[in-house]
Design a protein around this ligand. Structure first.
Ligand code: G6P
Length: 603
């Protein structure tokens, strides 16, 4: 959510800042801007919309220098206009910011009209405070420290000072910030992906840290202002590789990658037909598991609840982080809390993790970015290992979250004595079958494209499922909403008659997710209920289900028969492709849907 990059170097920075912004665009794309120091003066270029608009502005009126900061915005305070685009400048100070300055109104009022504010943002006040401190005679270092002391909230900041060329001032409180190390140059970035073309050696700032970065030095201070040293992490190229390959969109590439990524994830948790315990994880030490996440990751948690209860007989609850953290949840003294997050940075999930730590829970972070804040703060960090996910609508991270959670439920069952060696082997063989089943599901692509052309003509749709396919119905509806902007609702198939069935009329599209399992007949009954009210039903099922009920539906998407336990992972594929092709038919921006951002580092 908002992306920051900065370069202090020995070569012109503007094109490289723009390149870094493009890599960060998944974090927000409402507006973008850069500021550089050219001959002792701050120069700024900003544009509304995506980075290409900024590029156009820069080619119309070029600016450049040997030091600069840049930003791509996901609007929180103030509309996505040029005036609200970062960097914000006051006098000699230019600021880029990710996060929210919660007390900005009080700080703004404290100037009592003495300063002229040009934007509606919470950020601009930061530039004014620092510029006022410089005007009062403070050194840039002291002025920056003084500014940080005034700010409440969660933020990452990058600052340059016009007559202090050669220094970037950076700080991290709540929002992530990395420092990249170069040869005669150094960098700041919201993540390693931003700096992929510049550096593989990252120093991750810790909570409360600030830093002064020059071309040849990096000084880091903790929240008390004491100089500290932080470890350097070498980033694996695969973790920052972000090209689209032959695919039209990142989302399509990532859907196809699932043949590999589901297996890759499993390899972290499987040893042949045995499940492998992450270091330090013993489910017998706990009497309750609490799963917490946001968005798509929360639906992975919803599916996992069924697995932990059915496979491991382990009490398990799941909550969305933004509700969990504010409802004073009562946690067991012997509780285990697991946050699930692709980015490892989502503000609400991170706050929930901290709450759980405070309440004495042992904490696990299941994350895709192992250098993320959640990974660093949890007692145990375990990998989703799906590789970088760039499409804003999560796909491969979801199926890898499911795969990891499935294996962990088998581990919990094994450790807690609920399943024997033979059952463990069966369950793990089922997991090992997933990559090939995903491959076969991808063969539905052409059929899904035809169905999507029809779905695209509707204003709303329903997704129904039971058991672990109920959360998959929620995820299916979310995917469709996110990228096609068609209103969609996911429902537990048995719940539809308690109200929403009133919305079914002639031609209402209903997608029923029902593989052949013990709930199949019940779901088929619910399918009949909507059919008799005129719904146009697409049944997503396996070969057995298609044979038994396929003739009732208007269309059937059939995946091969599969072990029941892993069906939610495999059936995710047609669900994702249906949303993708519908969005494509409608001509929306699949990888960067309106109003969304991938990494949500504000509440
Ligand atoms: C955003 C993204 C979703 C994602 C959610 C949680 O809303 O658009 O795709 O599921 O955040 O993100 P996380 O990184 O915590 O999994």
């Amino acid at each position: 959510m908002c992306g920051i990059i900065g370069i202090v170097g020995n070569r012109p920075v503007a094109p490289r800042l723009v390149d870094g912004l493009k890599r960060l665009e998944y974090r927000g794309y409402d507006s973008a801007g850069i500021a550089v120091i050219e001959g002792g003066d701050l120069k700024r270029s900003r544009a509304k919309g995506k980075i290409v608009e900024l590029e156009a502005e820069l080619s119309r009126a070029p600016i450049d220098g040997l030091i600069g900061i840049a930003h791509t915005r996901w609007a929180t305070h103030g509309k996505p206009t040029v005036a609200n685009a970062h960097p914000h400048i006051s006098g000699r100070v230019a600021v880029v910011h990710n996060g929210i300055i919660e007390n900005y109104e009080t700080l703004r009022a404290s100037f009592d009209g003495a300063r002229n504010f040009e934007s509606d943002t919470d950020t601009e006040v930061v530039a004014h405070i620092m510029d006022a401190a410089l005007s009062a005679g403070m050194t840039p270092k002291d002025a920056f420290a003084h500014t940080l002391k005034q700010l409440h909230g969660a933020f990452a900041l990058g600052v340059i000072v016009g007559d202090n060329a050669g220094h970037i001032y950076a700080a991290r409180r709540g929002s992530p910030l990395a420092i990249g190390l170069g040869d005669g140059e150094n960098y700041i970035g919201s993540d390693a992906i931003a700096l992929a073309a510049l550096s593989s050696d990252m120093v991750y700032l810790e909570e409360g840290d600030s830093a002064i970065i020059t071309a040849n030095s990096v000084e880091i201070f903790d929240e008390n202002g004491t100089a500290v040293s932080r470890d350097t992490t070498r980033i694996d190229d695969a973790a920052i590789a972000t090209d689209k390959g032959p695919f039209a969109h990142y989302m399509l590439k990532e859907v196809h990658e699932q043949v590999r990524t589901t297996g890759q994830t499993l390899s972290n948790y499987a040893d042949g037909e045995s499940v492998k315990a992450p270091e330090g994880l013993d489910f017998t030490a706990f009497d309750r598991l609490t799963l917490i996440a946001c968005g798509t990751a929360s639906y992975a948690g919803h599916v996992a609840k069924y697995w932990f209860e059915q496979i491991a007989q382990m009490p398990c609850e799941i909550d969305i982080a933004s509700e969990f953290r504010y409802r004073s949840p009562v946690l067991s003294p012997r509780g285990l809390a697991m946050v699930i997050s692709q980015s490892g940075e989502t503000a609400d999930t991170l706050a929930a993790l901290r709450y759980c730590k405070e309440k004495g829970q042992t904490t696990i972070a299941l994350v895709n970015v192992m250098t993320s804040t959640m990974a660093r703060e949890a007692d145990i960090a375990i990998p989703i290992d799906a590789g970088p996910e760039i499409g804003v609508a999560s796909t491969k991270a979801f199926t890898s979250q499911l795969m990891a959670l499935y294996a962990l439920s088998v581990l919990a069952g094994k450790q807690r004595g609920g399943i024997d060696v033979a059952a463990e082997a069966d369950l793990m063989k089922a997991a090992a079958a997933v990559p090939a089943l995903v491959g076969k599901s991808l063969l539905l692509d052409a059929q899904i494209k035809t169905l999507a052309a029809d779905l695209a003509g509707n204003r709303s749709a329903f997704y129904l499922g039971r058991g672990p396919h109920f959360p998959l119905a929620l995820e299916g509806a979310l995917k469709l909403k996110e990228i096609s902007y068609i209103h969609a609702e996911g429902y537990a198939a048995g719940e539809l008659k308690h109200g929403p069935i009133a919305l079914i009329e002639d031609g209402t599209p209903v997608i029923v997710i029902a593989p052949f399992d013990e709930l199949f007949e019940k779901t088929v009954s619910n399918m009949q209920e909507v059919l008799s009210r005129g719904a146009k039903v697409t049944l997503i099922t396996d070969a057995k289900g298609a044979k038994l009920a396929g003739h009732m539906a208007h269309a059937v998407l059939t995946v091969p028969d599969m072990p029941q336990t892993v069906a939610p992972i495999v059936l995710s594929v047609p669900v994702q492709l249906l949303a993708y092709h519908t969005a494509l038919a409608l001509g929306t921006d699949v990888d960067q849907p309106r109003n969304l951002a991938k990494s949500v580092t504000v509440e």
